[in-house]
Write a protein that binds this ligand. Structure first.
Ligand SMILES: [Zn+2]
Length: 282
């Protein structure tokens, strides 16, 4: 589930390894993850990778000749660098960028869903591309100065903070960590935050994302592993004691994800109704 910290470390490591190298060729095998037609992938041949960075949860690969590869990993994609070419039986690769020195950058996707995508754009088209044009301000390294105004909406924080049009980079894992660190209920409405709570949220956002990236800086090298060791303290820890206060961590299950929180610190001791459980009991 790559979010801002996971995409940031991926971009940093790949930039360090591939910045300045020459592309031999690129192809998108199997079901096409490539969402653009012009310029064609063949335009990448013999170009140089100028740099690899991040915007929100997107990876931005700048290529000489004013071209840009925009990559979204969605929930199960990984950008990984290999020392040699993929074999004919490789079924997980959606994009292969062959480097002139024999290495290969692969956009791989695990699981049955094919959702990760790539766009090859001209550099001057990048900002206007729909994937970036609607992105809110970055959550990191500095949370937006107008955080209170940005979050001033009648929606629960848990959904607001994950909305990339509101603020870019946070997803299902890190939202739990940020709200827990700020000691705020996931169901508190954005327009119901007082100034002190906005400041707590801002501090939590910076601290949690900083800590995650710092952790990855220590433990992640190349090749980037399929599964990143996420330093989570509340997300996916239902039933365990909270490391702040010892209360049992509770969860609310949704269709395809789980929200975790500490009732003692975040919801005034109240255990929120778990919809999955109540559906099962009907
Ligand atoms: Zn607690």
């Amino acid at each position: 589930m790559p979010e801002l910290p996971e995409v940031e470390i991926t971009a940093r490591r790949l930039d360090g390894a591939l910045g300045g190298t020459q592309i031999e060729s690129a192809l998108a095998p199997g079901i096409n993850a490539l969402k653009t037609f012009e310029p064609p992938l063949s335009a990448l041949a013999d170009r140089r990778i100028a740099g690899i960075g991040r915007r929100g949860k997107n990876v931005v690969i700048a290529v000489s000749g004013d071209l840009v590869l925009l990559v979204h990993l969605m929930s199960a994609g990984r950008l990984q660098l290999f020392g040699k070419r993929a074999g004919a039986r490789d079924r997980s690769s959606r994009l292969l960028v062959r480097i002139a020195d024999g290495r290969e950058l692969r956009l791989r996707e695990f699981g049955t869903k094919q959702a990760a995508w790539v766009k090859l754009l001209r550099a001057d088209e990048l900002a206007a591309d729909e994937a970036l044009a609607k992105l809110g301000p970055e959550a990191w390294p500095q949370p937006p100065a107008r955080l209170g105004a940005i979050l001033h909406a009648p929606r629960p924080l848990h959904s607001l903070l994950r909305d990339q049009r509101v603020i870019a980079g946070i997803g299902r894992s890190w939202v739990d960590e940020i709200l827990w660190t700020a000691r705020l209920s996931p169901f508190k409405r954005g327009d119901d935050l007082d100034e002190e709570e906005v400041e707590a949220l801002r501090a939590a956002m910076a601290a949690v994302l900083d800590r995650a990236i710092e952790h990855y800086e220590q433990v992640i090298g190349l090749p980037i592993p399929d599964k990143l060791p996420m330093p989570l303290q509340i997300h996916r820890r239902q039933g365990e004691p909270c490391s702040h206060c010892g209360a049992t961590i509770e969860a609310v299950h949704y269709e395809d994800y789980v929200m975790c929180y500490c009732p003692a610190e975040q919801t005034g001791g109240k255990v929120l109704k778990d919809r999955r459980l109540s559906r099962l009991l009907k």
